[in-house]
Ligand binder design. Structure first.
Ligand SMILES: NC(=O)c1ccc[n+]([C@@H]2O[C@H](COP(=O)([O-])OP(=O)(O)OC[C@H]3O[C@@H](n4cnc5c(N)ncnc54)[C@H](O)[C@@H]3O)[C@@H](O)[C@H]2O)c1
Length: 385
């Protein structure tokens, strides 16, 4: 029999670990009577996670992150009876309103991505908040200074070795590379690529472009990490030379102002700039847009590309408005299904641990417990054998 299937079905069927976990949760019901507030990209892979949490008895109140909300995902979640406040927006004020709406529901657990929800809860604590999870490096860095105010279990998925190598290293590199091709339809062969940041994401990005026949340079402010890049066979020029020579610049540091208006004199004619870091602040686009040396901007609306024309005749292009390129632009796919299946199974297991009181306030902004890592690794290997 033939049946029409959607992208959400395709992704859900590929999340084999989450499917197994959902079957178990239907019996064990770890979230019975609890609500979970989520602030994470609303795209099809997140659906698989949210359906798993719901199978465990959770009531879900959801919003997304800046720019990455996919309307079809929102429609689907609503059709499943979940409360969703998100809109597809690049406006931080509108995004903030959705986050506030989630917190106003006083969820018992929070599933955060970038620290947006816990940052609000730190300022306005409420009694039934048990704790939860934070997905990213950027969120962890933002929440660490709020540790005393939060004083509740918050498990950081990013700090699991599995998230580090399965998603950040292997999947972000692949999907940023895929995004470059998807946005531009340009080649990588013989191109000079500069990657800013040689953390897990930068390592994968540098490797993927090298595998696609580019000459890759790496710039990292940490000399030890730069040495690692050098010994991995990447060119490690000084920052200025790395910008001057680049046909493609990818930022994946998690920090603001990595490429700024001060770099305009250095940018090579025709260069393409993209960001893979969590926040759209690594490439200072707003400064480019108002800079006196920029005499014109072409906006390829449908393709989410901006071309900047400089006074001296050079042009350069920025993809996806400087937002995470793998979740921006036409038909954004994000990281691979398998990598997110692993990371989101860590999410589900960590939320289960917090819901059951298996970790206390001493576990405020700490890595995933090692036994959960081992359980998830074994489950994935069992499926692969
Ligand atoms: N696009 C995605 O799907 C995706 C997925 C996971 C993580 N992320 C985000 O990617 C970013 C990087 O994550 P990570 O896990 O690789 O982080 P990381 O902390 O492991 O690595 C960041 C690296 O950037 C370097 N760095 C910092 N400031 C710099 C500067 N001014 N110039 C050059 N290098 C600099 C650091 O020394 C470090 O080596 C974060 O914002 C994270 O949230 C994105």
């Amino acid at each position: 029999m033939e049946k029409a299937a959607t992208r959400i079905d395709w992704i859900g069927n590929g999340c084999r670990l989450l499917k197994k976990t959902a079957t178990e949760f239907e019996k064990t019901r770890p979230f019975d009577g609890l609500s979970i507030g989520t602030g994470i990209h609303l795209e099809p892979k997140t659906v698989a996670l949210l359906m798993t949490l719901r199978a465990g008895g959770a009531r879900l109140v959801c919003t997304g992150n800046l720019n990455s909300t996919q309307p079809a995902t929102v429609d689907f979640l609503r059709s499943q009876g979940m409360t969703v406040f998100a809109t597809q927006t690049t406006d931080p004020v509108a995004h903030r309103q959705s986050l506030e709406a989630v917190i106003a529901e006083k969820p018992d657990l929070l599933l955060d991505n970038g620290g947006d929800l816990f940052a609000i809860a730190a300022g306005r604590p409420y009694a039934n908040l048990l704790g939860g999870t934070e997905e990213t490096t950027s969120g962890r860095n933002r929440l660490v200074p709020l540790r005393e105010k939060l004083a509740m279990p918050i498990l950081v998925i990013n700090d699991s070795p599995i998230k580090q190598f399965a998603e950040n290293k292997h999947a972000v590199g692949q999907s940023l590379f895929e995004s470059y091709m998807r946005f531009t339809n340009r080649s990588t062969n013989g191109k000079r690529v500069t990657v800013f940041g040689y953390g897990a994401c930068g390592k994968g990005t540098a490797a993927c472009f090298r595998n696609a026949f580019s000459t890759v340079s790496v710039v990292d402010i940490d000399p030890v990490t730069s040495l690692e890049a050098h010994l991995d066979g990447f060119v490690t020029p000084l920052r200025e030379q790395a910008i001057r020579s680049a046909d493609i610049i990818a930022t994946v540091t998690g920090f603001p102002d990595i490429v700024t208006a001060a770099d305009l004199p250095l940018i090579k004619d025709g260069a393409i700039l993209m960001n893979g870091g969590h926040f759209p602040h690594e490439i200072d686009l707003s400064a480019f847009r108002s800079h006196p040396d920029v005499i014109g901007i072409d906006r390829y609306e449908a393709d989410h590309i901006e071309t900047f024309h400089l006074k001296d005749g050079r042009t350069f292009h920025v993809l996806g408005g400087g937002h995470m390129a793998n979740l921006a632009g036409p038909r954004p796919l994000g990281n691979s299904v398998e990598s997110m299946d692993l990371g989101f199974t860590l999410q589900a297991r960590c939320l289960e641990r917090v819901a059951k009181g298996g970790v206390g306030p001493e576990s405020c902004i700490v890595p995933v417990p090692a036994d959960i890592d081992a359980m998830v690794a074994n489950a994935y290997l069992d499926l692969a054998r």
